[in-house]
Structures are given as structure tokens and as C-alpha cells.
Design a protein around this ligand. Structure first.
Ligand SMILES: *Cc1c(COP(=O)(O)O)cnc(C)c1O
Length: 819
């Protein structure tokens, strides 16, 4: 990869650093932002970016992983690591962009830049599918489109490429000019303009002209006049333009649409001639993205007939990887997104954060990367596998097999997927985490199927990125230095066990809390090393708690004394947490208990109070503000006495989710984040800062016509006076869909349309009134998602989101998605 490697001296020439002392001659080929993502430390350059956390704090971690080259803005750090080379600059992100811009300028190839509010990633991926046969393409990984993502994308360019396709997204004025300097696009595509990120701009025209800055120097601009109506035509960029529209005259004008079984036929007018094109999609967004790709191909000079045949073969883009339970207690990570090293790196990072099994296996097909020999490519992959401590590689395909000697771990190779499948019984997959990643033509879906448990058709999908997003949101709401305890009791509010805890551990929360010791033991057995508090420590579990280093919440003299007597004589300073009752009237010590409590604590050397805490009874509701402030005051007073008398410091905490934003002055040294992680906060009038985490889906088992006068289900309560159509779906009260949703109280979405329940909810199934809706067996039914929310469901049966979530039974399979 000689083209993408530079020495520190060369980069110093680009950056004009404030300070630079060269200490190494080794070249750089990885630009690193996150110290957890080191792949090839000798050739990595770490950028200490100041974002929510200050990247300088992670220099030590990167150094420990072997990195010796850094770009920083706080110069004092260079003195702490005398063996490393530092480029000291005034702004680290600007330096990253300058390096990427210089690298971009080396290549004289067409570069397509894509921006717009939605559809950027899909259009980019589809263009790559459509143009792959004719160009050697380099493109943004996943949706890397930010001030950092764009430079990292451009950094992948090498002399073998003949076309670049990159996306760019911005959230405020001034950012696009910087991305334009990095990307230097020759062809510009504006996808559309919606409301996303509107808050960073004064209004639509401002937003549009800001986005168009990306294309100031492009030769060709592809757009729809529907989205540029705020601007005079002559102010549009591009020496050549190509327009498309569903509603007005344009170079490519859509004149008609016909939905068919699996897709849509579009009629269009192009250069005075009518054409029809079939797209294998039905939803409006996909059709619009398809028309954009159609326009790009025409603008690039493809014959309409060629375009037509290419478009009919588009396949949906799936960028997420999924984590599921597999056979023999394996965890399976399925990644069918593109087969290249940048997406392999992302998947390996996700594999590495899974701690539930020591053994980690990668099943990998031949990859192909433009401009690189097999030896170069697989040597890099071999280094990545060993850096990420992978135990075993199963390589499938003639290319990976031919370079078997490059891999320094347990390996087994097959020529084809079919050969692997015949050998499957001898491979004995058991108690390991397995990443399945293959190029499309290898058909690895067959392998995933073999490895995955048969999935019952009701599935809860958990979006791990949404949990990480919600965590980051609350982290930004904390005063400096305040710690965060994540509540993962009750199977993480129904969302999962180690799957969630692994993510929280990776994102460096300070504490985890479970309700019972066995939940904590399960986390320890899955490799969770964070401190864990147990809220209901039963004496029968004391022994196990010691063994697994679980810390009890002590809320009464009975439990306090029982724990002290249980601890061995020689025990010193076992970490415990004191619960104080300030008004919930549930559990906890009270003010009058203080003298005795202090005496017990001082008389025993066995315990160390790590934290004291209390729980608010109505933090979400303004109605209870006075009471809440009273609770906070009582807690503060209690902790004050405790601190003075104990003679040492401990962590104080009282805020649950709603209190974090409603009572920021009460954050003390730590907060306890529960339901907010899962996307709900009843204390916030506007929850647009949070993302929906869970989606519950089921399927239709049978569709029936009902005559007037017939009754549906147990107890014969369901009646359609005019007759109609019902669908039986695979979810019942044993799955957690409560009986109280029956008889028209509950509602689901069938093919996107609302359908009410009819008749009683049965144990394993229920019926929906789908009169007037086009429904077939096996169609997908949404029980809840971001549109039909858990808050809506809770309102239907007069409960709260907590209960809906935690009721979903364990027999409903959870699948975890990560991007
Ligand atoms: C469950 C729980 C929380 C979390 O409450 P949320 O409202 O879900 O944030 C905090 N503290 C204690 C003691 C809890 O039991």
C-alpha cells in the first residue's frame, strides 16, 4: 500500500505543526481516532480529537497498544511519552482534514460526492453495485460522512482506483466547505432535503446553499428541482447539470408508476422518448433513490437499455451486523455488508467487545480489494486477526486458501461454501463467538442458517447503536467528573444480558446494577469486569457474591448484620452500598438509624462504604417537585453526617433517568441511568434526543374471511357486524402481549397499516381485524417500533413503558443489530 503511506516528516510538511521532533522513520497507513481500534500499531497515527471526551486522555491507551505517532493540540502530552513522535497542531480535526485533502489531491480520478438529508448511504451503495463492473471503486465505509468520517474515507484511496464515491453530511453552517476541500468531488449528487438537522441552520434556503457548497467546483451536478426551488437556477453548481423529478419537467421525468408483486415499474420521459424501468422496491424512499441512480447512469453516458437491466437487479443495502444466539451456546455475528478490509475492521471490533466466550472464530470468504495483491491484502488481514486475538480462522475460497501460510493462528480452509457445508459436522462449533463475513457470491446466508438456532417468528430487535446513542446523550448531560451507573436489572429492562453489558463496558460506564445476584453472576461468566451492584442480595447468595466480586446494596440492619457475620474474620473493606430511604418508603436506612448504623460500620473493619444512595419517588413529574427537592435535601443531610463520622469519602447518588436532566444539581458524584438507555424518559416533554432501541415483530400465520354474525376466538367476544377479514398472528400473552390488549384495545401495524385486535388474546397467538388491508401468510407484523411506540402501547392498557418492555418473555428471541 505504498501510495497511502507517509512518514511523519512528510505529514509535518503538510501540517506546519507548532512543534515536531521526528523520532521514527516508519510509515503511516492507519489514521486512528479511537484507541480501541488499533490494528497495526507500528503504522498507525493517533489523532487526539476533542469530542465528548478529550482524545488526549486516550493517548496512554494507544501508547500501551504500541502506537508511537500522535497528532495533538495540548503540547504538554509529548513530555509524558518521550519515545513517541508528536505533531503538535492548533486543531486536530483540521489537521486530519488537511492530511486527507493532500492525499486526495494525488489522484486524478472522477469522484462522486453525495449529500442531502436522507438516502446518501443507499445511493452510494447502489451506485457501487451498478458501476462495479466498469470501475475500480473506492467508497465511504458504511455511513462515514462527518468531519472525521470523510477524511477517513478519502484516506482509503490508492492508485488502483478509477472512481471514488463518497458521502458528506453536516449539522451546521460552515462545515461543508471543509468537507469540499477534503473530497474535491468532480460529480455532485443532491439526494433530497428534509428536516434532519434543521436546528443548526436558520432555514431551508440557508441549509440548501450550505449543502451545495460541497459542489462549488464540480463538473456535473445531479439534482431534483423539487428540492432546489428556493434557489435561482443560475446559482446551482456544476458546469453541466442533470435533473430528475416525479412531478415537473426534468431531464429524467417520471410520468407514471405501477406497483407490482415485488417491485414497481416506473415510466419516464428522457430526451423526448418514453422508457419504463422496473425497480425491485415499493416504498417511496427507495424509488426516489433508484431514480437518482438512474439519473447518474444516464448522465455518465450509459445507454438507457443498459441502465434498465442494471436497475432491475439492485439489491437492498444492509449495513448492520446482527448478533444472535447460535447452536451449542455459540454467539453468531452475521455481517453481510461489503467484503472489504474497512468493514472487516468494524466487524472485528464488534467481535472483540463480545466477552461472553474466550474463543473467537472468524469465517471469512475471499475478499477483493482494488490495487492490491493477495499477499498484501491477506497479510493485512492476518495482522488484524492477530491484533484482535482471534482464536480460529475458517477461510473459504481459492484466494484465501492459497495464502494459508500468512495466518498465524488455528486455521482451516475450504475451496467453496459447499465444501464447508459438507465438513460442517466435523468442525464442532461450540461455546464460541463466530463472525460470519463473506462476499455476496459465496452465499454465506447458508452458513448463518446452519449456525443459528431456529428462530421462532416473534423477534425483538435491539439496536445497539441506539443504546450507545442514548448513553452518549445522558453523558453529555452530566457535570464534569460525575460517574454513571447503568441499570441492567431485569435482563436490561427486557433487552438482554451480556449483549447490553458488553456494549456498556466498551463505552466505559462506571458501574452496572442488577436486581439479583444470579443476574450478576451471569454477567461475570460472560466476561463483564465492571463493578456490579446487587440491589437484593439474599443471604443464600452471599457466597456466590464474594466469589464473583458482586457488591451488595445494604438497606436494613438485618441484611447489614447478616452480611457482616457471613464475611470471614480476616475480610477487610468489602465494597458495599448503603441505601437511604428519603421518601419512597420502600427500602433503606432512615435518619434515626444513623447512630447505630455508624457504630456498626465503625466497629467492623470488614466493610467499606463505596457509595450511599437514595431513590426518588416522582422525579419525572413537576407535580412532585417540592417532594423531590425534599428527598434530595434529606439525602444530602444523611450523607453529610455519614461522611463526617466515617472519616472517609464515598460516592453519593440519587438521580434516576428523569432526574439527570430535571435535577442536574442533584447529580452528586454519580447518577443511575435506567430506562433512558432504552430510549424513554417520561420527565422529558420532548424525547427527540433519544433513539428507539427495541422493535417487536411477528408474522401472519393465516388470513380468514369472517361472515357477519360469526365470532372470533375464546369467549366469542370478537364480532365483525359487517363481516370482513382477520389475520392470526404469532404472539400471545405468553410472549408478553397482555390479555388486556384484546377486543380492539391493542393495535399492530400490518404491512404498515394499523390493525386492531379482535377477540381475546390467546396464549401463543391473537387475531387482528385486517378488513381492507392487503395481507398474506408470513407477512410481517409490527407490535411496536419507532412509529407505534411502547409509550402508545402503555397508554392503550393504562400502564407504563417499563412494564411493557420487561413483560416481553424470554421465549421471544432477541437479535442485536450494530452498525
Ligand atoms: C430501576 C432503578 C433506577 C433506574 O430508574 P429509571 O427511571 O429507569 O432510570 C434507579 N435507581 C434504582 C434504585 C432503581 O431500582
Amino acid at each position: 500500500m505504498t501510495e497511502t503511506s507517509y512518514t511523519m516528516q512528510q505529514l509535518a510538511g503538510i501540517l506546519n505543526p507548532v512543534n515536531f521532533v521526528p523520532k521514527t522513520q516508519s510509515r503511516i497507513n492507519q489514521l486512528l481516532i479511537d484507541s480501541r481500534k488499533v490494528m497495526d500499531p507500528e503504522h498507525a497515527l493517533f489523532f487526539a480529537v476533542k469530542a465528548q471526551r478529550d482524545g488526549h486522555e486516550f493517548i496512554a491507551d494507544a501508547y500501551a497498544a504500541g502506537v508511537r505517532k500522535f497528532v495533538i493540540s495540548d503540547s504538554e502530552w509529548q513530555n509524558k511519552f518521550p519515545e513517541a513522535s508528536f505533531l503538535v497542531v492548533s486543531d486536530v480535526i483540521t489537521a486530519l482534514q488537511q492530511i486527507a485533502a493532500a492525499h486526495r489531491s494525488v489522484f486524478k480520478i472522477p469522484v462522486i460526492g453525495i449529500t442531502g438529508s436522507n438516502g446518501k448511504t443507499i445511493v452510494k451503495e447502489w451506485l457501487a453495485q451498478l458501476l462495479n463492473a466498469d470501475y475500480k471503486i473506492v467508497r465511504s465505509p458504511k455511513s462515514f460522512n462527518s468531519q472525521i468520517g470523510v477524511p477517513l474515507s478519502v484516506w482509503q484511496m490508492n492508485s488502483g482506483h478509477t472512481l471514488g464515491i463518497f458521502e458528506a453530511g453536516i449539522s451546521r453552517t460552515g462545515e461543508m466547505a471543509k468537507l469540499a476541500g477534503v473530497l474535491q468531488p468532480t460529480i455532485g449528487i443532491l439526494t433530497n432535503l428534509g428536516e434532519a438537522h434543521a436546528e443548526g441552520f436558520s432555514g431551508k434556503p440557508e441549509k440548501l446553499s450550505e449543502k451545495l457548497r460541497l459542489f462549488d467546483h464540480t463538473d456535473l451536478f445531479i439534482y431534483s428541482p423539487d428540492y432546489t426551488s428556493g434557489l435561482p437556477a443560475k446559482s446551482l453548481p456544476g458546469s453541466t447539470k442533470f435533473s430528475w423529478s416525479f412531478s415537473q419537467p426534468a431531464d429524467l421525468q417520471i410520468t407514471g408508476m405501477r406497483q407490482e408483486q415485488a417491485g414497481t415499474t416506473l415510466d419516464a420521459l428522457y430526451q423526448g422518448t418514453s422508457f419504463s424501468v422496473y425497480l425491485p422496491f415499493k416504498d417511496r424512499a427507495s424509488l426516489e433513490n433508484g431514480v437518482i441512480c438512474w439519473s447518474v447512469l444516464l448522465a455518465l453516458g450509459y445507454e438507457p437499455a443498459v441502465v434498465k437491466s442494471k436497475l432491475s437487479e439492485l439489491v437492498p443495502v444492509n449495513m448492520r451486523l446482527s448478533l444472535k444466539n447460535g447452536i451449542n451456546q455459540c454467539s453468531i455475528i452475521d455481517d453481510s455488508y461489503s467484503a472489504d478490509t474497512s468493514s472487516l475492521a468494524i466487524a472485528l471490533d464488534f467481535l472483540k467487545l463480545q466477552k461472553q466466550h474466550d474463543k473467537k472464530t472468524v469465517i471469512l470468504s475471499d475478499l477483493h480489494e482494488t490495487g492490491r495483491t493477495d499477499t498484501e491484502l491477506y497479510a493485512e488481514i492476518a495482522a488484524m486477526l492477530s491484533q484482535k486475538e482471534i482464536s480460529r480462522l475458517v477461510g473459504i475460497g481459492p484466494h484465501i486458501k492459497s495464502v494459508a501460510e500468512l495466518f498465524d493462528l488455528e486455521t482451516v480452509f475450504f475451496d467453496s461454501t459447499a465444501d464447508f457445508i459438507s465438513a460442517f459436522p466435523q468442525l464442532h462449533f461450540s461455546q464460541e463467538t463466530i463472525l460470519v463475513k463473506g462476499a455476496r457470491k459465496f452465499g454465506f446466508e447458508q452458513i448463518s442458517k446452519l449456525l443459528t438456532q431456529k428462530v421462532h417468528d416473534t423477534i425483538m430487535e435491539i439496536d445497539l447503536n441506539a443504546i450507545a446513542h442514548n448513553l452518549r446523550y445522558y453523558q453529555t448531560q452530566l457535570s464534569p467528573g460525575v460517574k454513571l451507573m447503568a441499570m441492567v436489572k431485569a435482563f436490561s429492562y427486557g433487552s438482554g444480558s451480556f449483549e447490553i453489558a458488553n456494549l456498556l463496558q466498551y463505552h466505559q460506564v462506571d458501574y452496572l446494577t442488577v436486581a439479583y445476584a444470579d443476574e450478576g453472576i451471569a454477567l461475570r461468566k460472560s466476561g463483564i469486569t465492571l463493578p456490579i451492584m446487587v440491589m437484593s442480595p439474599e443471604p443464600s447468595a452471599f457466597e456466590a457474591m464474594l466469589k464473583y466480586k458482586l457488591e451488595p446494596e445494604l438497606y436494613s440492619f438485618e441484611i447489614l448484620n447478616a452480611f457482616i457475620s457471613f464475611l470471614p474474620q480476616e475480610q477487610k473493606d468489602y465494597p458495599v452500598h448503603l441505601k437511604v430511604d428519603t421518601g419512597m418508603r420502600r427500602l433503606g436506612f432512615e435518619e434515626p438509624d444513623l447512630p447505630v448504623l455508624l457504630k456498626v460500620l465503625k466497629d467492623t473493619g470488614k466493610l467499606k462504604v463505596i457509595s450511599a444512595f437514595s431513590h426518588l419517588a416522582g422525579s419525572e413529574d413537576e407535580l412532585h417537585e417540592e417532594f423531590t427537592l425534599g428527598q434530595i435535601g434529606r439525602f444530602k443531610a444523611f450523607a453529610f453526617v455519614l461522611r463526617n463520622e466515617l472519616g472517609y469519602d464515598f460516592i453519593r447518588h440519587i438521580c434516576n433517568t428523569s432526574a439527570i436532566t430535571r435535577y442536574p444539581d442533584a447529580q452528586f458524584e454519580m447518577v443511575r441511568l435506567g430506562i433512558g438507555l432504552y430510549g424513554f424518559d417520561s420527565g422529558k416533554p420532548d424525547t427527540s434526543d433519544l433513539q428507539v432501541v427495541a422493535k417487536l415483530k411477528t408474522t401472519v400465520t393465516q388470513v380468514k374471511r369472517i361472515a357477519p354474525g360469526e365470532t372470533v376466538g375464546y369467549g366469542r367476544r370478537g364480532i365483525l357486524p359487517q363481516g370482513g377479514q382477520i389475520a392470526t398472528v404469532k404472539i400471545g400473552y405468553a410472549d408478553g402481549y397482555r390479555r388486556s390488549f384484546g377486543n380492539g384495545i391493542g393495535m399492530m401495524l400490518v404491512n404498515g397499516k394499523p390493525a386492531r385486535t379482535i377477540g381475546a388474546i390467546a396464549m401463543d397467538m391473537c387475531m387482528l381485524d385486517v378488513t381492507g388491508i392487503d395481507v398474506h401468510t408470513d407477512d410481517e407484523v409490527i407490535v411496536f417500533n419507532e412509529e407505534l411506540t411502547i409509550v402508545d402501547l402503555a397508554a392503550q392498557i393504562g400502564t407504563i413503558p417499563y412494564e411493557i418492555l420487561t413483560n416481553i418473555s424470554q421465549r421471544v428471541k432477541r437479535i442485536y443489530f450494530y452498525e
